[in-house]
Design a protein around this ligand. Structure first.
Ligand SMILES: [Zn+2]
Ligand SMILES: [Zn+2]
Length: 435
C-alpha cells in the first residue's frame, strides 16, 4: 500500500508537473505516486482507495468477462434447484421463479429480483465486453463515455453474491419439506459470482481512458499544481467527476455541465445531498414497520395456513437446528437494515451540524454502510426460490406476503439514501475550521 502525497509537502521535486488526483471521499488533492504491481494508492487523509495498479488489466478483465457471459447463459438456462415430492421433480430457473412471483401479483418483487440478478449483471458484463474487446484489438470503442456510465450505474445493483447466499438458505429450508436436488445453475451461479468479482477488480478505468485518448485533464496542468496551497479540489476551483474521476476546472456556475471524458453531470458535491438522504431515510423508516409486522410469506397446506414474518422465519430456522443460518438471516434481514438506518441518520445529523468530531470514523461508517447494505436483499431471494418451488396445489403452496414488498422497498430506499449521501461533506466541515 502506498499513500499519496499532499500538495506542498513534496511538491517541487521531480521533473514536470506530477498528475494530481482528488480523493472521491474527502476531496483532498494529492499527487499521484508510482504504485508497485497489485499495490494500491490510498488517500493520505481518509485512507480511501484512490487507485490500484492492475498489471495486464485489459487481458485479464476481458478473459474474466467473456467467461462470465458464458456462465451467465448457463445459469439462466438450467434449473437452480429441484424438489422431489412423491416421485415428481419440480424444478425452477431464476427467470421461472420471477415469472411465478409476477403471476401471483407480486410484480414489484418480481421486478426487483429481475433487475438485481439478471438485468444489472447482464448490463455490467455487456458494457465491460463492449469496452474491452475493441481495446484488445487496439481500437477505440464507439460511445465509450455512455457505455462506461451505464457500467458504473449497473455495478452497485448487481447482487449475484447475495443471490447465492439466498439460494443456500432456501435449500436448507426446503430440505425440511422434501428431498432437494441442486441444479446445474446453482454451481454455475457460484462460479459466476467469483468471476464477476474478479472481472470487476481487474477492470482498470484508467487504462481504458489512457487508451481512448488524452483529455485535457487539469490535473496535469502546471496551473493546478500552482494552486497547491489550497487543500481540496473544490478550493482549487476544480471538480472531480463522480463517475470517472477526471479533474475538471470549474468555471463559474457550472450548473448542468458535463464531464468532457465520460459525459456525466459535474457537481462539486452531490446536489441536495443531505435533503435527499433524509427523504429516502424517512421513507425507509416508514416502510420498515410493515416490513417487520406484516407476513412476509404465506404457507398453505393440508394442515391449514401459516403466515410468517421475517422474525418468525428466523425463529423457525433457529428451532429447526439451522442456527448458523438463523444468525445469517437475522443479521442480513433485521440487524443490517436497522443499523444502516441508524448509521445514516447519525451521518446526516452530524454532517448537517457541521461537526468536526470523529471525521475519520464517520467516513469509515459510511464505507461500511455502502458495503453491507446490499446483503439485506437476502430474504427477498429466499422467498423468490421458495415461492417458485413450493407450488403443490393440494399439498402445500407458498406465496409472498405484503411484507416482502415493504421489505424490498426498505432495502432499495436505504441504498438510495447511502448513494445520495456525499462523504466529502463530512470533511468540508473540517476545512471551514482551519480557516
Ligand atoms: Zn480522502
Ligand atoms: Zn467523467
Amino acid at each position: 500500500m502506498t499513500t499519496a502525497t499532499t500538495n506542498g509537502t513534496n511538491g517541487t521535486t521531480g521533473p514536470g508537473p506530477v498528475p494530481l488526483v482528488a480523493c472521491h471521499e474527502c476531496d483532498l488533492l494529492q499527487r499521484e505516486s508510482a504504485v508497485p504491481p497489485d499495490g494500491t494508492l490510498r488517500c493520505c487523509r481518509c485512507h480511501a482507495e484512490l487507485y490500484r495498479a492492475h498489471p495486464n488489466s485489459t487481458d485479464r478483465a476481458l478473459a474474466f468477462t467473456l467467461t462470465c457471459v458464458v456462465l451467465f447463459f448457463i445459469s439462466n438456462l438450467y434449473p437452480i434447484v429441484g424438489l422431489a415430492v412423491n416421485g415428481d421433480l419440480v424444478e425452477t430457473t431464476l427467470l421461472g421463479a420471477v415469472r411465478v412471483l409476477y403471476r401471483d401479483g407480486m410484480w414489484p418483487i418480481a421486478g426487483l429480483v429481475l433487475a438485481t440478478t439478471f438485468l444489472m449483471p447482464l448490463m455490467q458484463m455487456t458494457a465491460m465486453a463492449y469496452l474491452l474487446v475493441p481495446l484488445q484489438l487496439n481500437r477505440r470503442p464507439y460511445h465509450a463515455d455512455f457505455v462506461f456510465r451505464l457500467m458504473h450505474l449497473a455495478q452497485p445493483w448487481g447482487m449475484t453474491e447475495v443471490l447465492i447466499l439466498g439460494m443456500l438458505v432456501a435449500l436448507v429450508k426446503l430440505a425440511h419439506i422434501a428431498s432437494v436436488v441442486p441444479g446445474v445453475a446453482l454451481w454455475s451461479f457460484g462460479a459466476l459470482m467469483l468471476l464477476l468479482a474478479a472481472a470487476g477488480s481487474a477492470f482498470d478505468p484508467r487504462a481504458l481512458w489512457q487508451r481512448i485518448g488524452s483529455f485535457d485533464d487539469v490535473a496535469s496542468n502546471a496551473e493546478a499544481a500552482a494552486a497547491a496551497s489550497a487543500h481540496t479540489a473544490l478550493r482549487c476551483g476544480m471538480l472531480s467527476c463522480h463517475s470517472c474521476g477526471l479533474l475538471v476546472k470549474s468555471t463559474a456556475h457550472v450548473h448542468g455541465a458535463a464531464c468532457p471524458r465520460c459525459g456525466a453531470h459535474l457537481h462539486a458535491r452531490k446536489p441536495g445531498s443531505i435533503a435527499r438522504t433524509w427523504a429516502f431515510l424517512i421513507a425507509a423508516i416508514v416502510m420498515y414497520i410493515p416490513a417487520n409486522v406484516l407476513p412476509v410469506m404465506n404457507t398453505s397446506s393440508l394442515f391449514g395456513s401459516e403466515k410468517d414474518t421475517i422474525l418468525s422465519g428466523v425463529v423457525y430456522l433457529w428451532t429447526s437446528g439451522s442456527w448458523p443460518l438463523a444468525v445469517v438471516v437475522f443479521i442480513a434481514s433485521i440487524a443490517v437494515p436497522m443499523l444502516k438506518i441508524l448509521a445514516l441518520m447519525y451521518l446526516a445529523i452530524s454532517t448537517q451540524r457541521r461537526s468536526v468530531m470523529l471525521v475519520q470514523e464517520r467516513t469509515r461508517i459510511y464505507r461500511l454502510v455502502e458495503l453491507v447494505g446490499r446483503w439485506s436483499m437476502l430474504d427477498i431471494y429466499v422467498i423468490t426460490i421458495l415461492v417458485a418451488l413450493v407450488q403443490f396445489n393440494a399439498l402445500a403452496t407458498i406465496q409472498a406476503g405484503p411484507a416482502a414488498v415493504a421489505f424490498g422497498s426498505v432495502v432499495v430506499l436505504t441504498m438510495f439514501a447511502a448513494m445520495s449521501f456525499d462523504p466529502r461533506l463530512i470533511w468540508d466541515a473540517t476545512e471551514d475550521h482551519h480557516v
